[in-house]
Design a protein around this ligand. Structure first.
Ligand code: C2E
Ligand code: CA
Ligand code: CA
Ligand code: CA
Length: 278
């Protein structure tokens, strides 16, 4: 038995070393990826349910890896967070988003762009300083930018998060609370944060038109958010019946595969001129 346990430990140890090796090599590749142009930004539209037009987009990062193909963010964002690469990666996404927003603007489409901000960056003075420089040098109106921060990120340290979000607001950037409903925040807590928008998590939205409980939660969240002066985005809309329900209960914006999956800046272009039937 001791022998078996010893062997199990040995295997475990080898597996751990393997994981560390793999992490280190992927990290080295990530460092080169930015220079090689392998880090790309896709955009998923947010549909304005009052006008039927796409009024805003969310930037979602992809790694077009030389040999592994397209890597989803879940695979390398945590790696970047653990190894102090998240600020650089996020600034790259912000920079690319600004470039594309300015391009759309010069072709007559005024869009706002949202970038996902990791909890790790909520209290980073160097990130704020670099961000200010990127935004100011680009000449973009900062009001065209929104940062999406997950509810659980903000919940970790409410007072700290509030101050950090205020420093983004001071730059003129809007704040959206992402994945709302998954982090158990209270009404009074929400009121303290300098928010502009609430994104209701897909897990509540997906069946809201079918499930009485989910529907009631989504409806009361929309009412509450409106009381607090926030716009509401429903994420993960996959069915027309869901979209119809959301519009009927006063939701402002919808996002999901029904409208479009995340696409490249070029693929987005034809969607921008469309009027979606509501
Ligand atoms: P998120 O911010 O909640 O983004 C929504 C995710 O749901 C995206 O996955 C999107 O492709 C997917 N999605 C959109 N509509 C639908 C739908 O109708 N049905 C279903 N089943 N899924 C839908 P993605 O692109 O793989 O991103 C995963 C997560 O990675 C994001 O979740 C976000 O937290 C993070 N992420 C993405 N880009 C960045 C980034 O630049 N920086 C940071 N820090 N995190 C990022
Ligand atoms: Ca998001
Ligand atoms: Ca989300
Ligand atoms: Ca989500």
């Amino acid at each position: 038995r001791a022998l078996a346990e010893g062997r199990a430990w040995h295997v475990h140890q080898l597996e751990e070393e393997d994981t560390v090796d793999r992490e280190l090599s992927l990290l080295g590749e990530l460092d080169e990826a930015l220079g090689k142009g392998e880090i790309q930004v896709l955009y998923q539209p947010k549909l304005d349910l009052k006008t039927g037009h796409i009024s805003s987009v969310e930037a979602l990062v992809r790694w077009n890896h030389g040999t592994r193909g397209f890597l989803r963010p879940d695979l390398f964002i945590p790696l970047a967070e653990r190894n102090d690469r998240i600020a650089g990666l996020t600034l790259h996404v912000v920079g690319q988003t600004i470039t594309d927003l300015l391009n759309w603007q010069s072709s007559g489409r005024q869009l706002t762009g949202a970038v996902n901000i990791s909890a790790k960056l909520l209290n980073s003075a160097p990130f704020i300083a670099d961000l200010r420089e990127v935004v100011e040098n680009s000449g973009i109106s900062p009001a065209l930018l929104t940062f999406e921060v997950t509810e659980s990120a903000a919940m970790g340290d409410p007072a700290g998060a509030s101050a950090a979000l205020q420093s983004f607001r001071n730059l003129g950037i809007g704040i959206s609370m992402d994945d709302y409903g998954t982090g158990q925040s209270t009404l009074s807590y929400l009121k303290q944060l300098p928010l502009n928008e609430l994104k209701i998590d897909r897990s509540f939205v997906q069946f809201a038109h079918q499930n009485r409980g989910d529907g009631a939660l989504v409806r009361s969240t929309i009412d509450l958010a409106h009381e607090l002066g926030l716009k509401v985005v429903a994420e993960g809309v996959e069915e027309q019946a869901c979209l119809d329900f959301l519009r009927a209960i006063g939701c402002d914006l919808a996002q999901g595969y029904l409208i479009s999956k995340p696409v490249s800046a070029m693929e987005l272009q034809p969607l921008l001129g469309r009027t979606y039937p509501l």
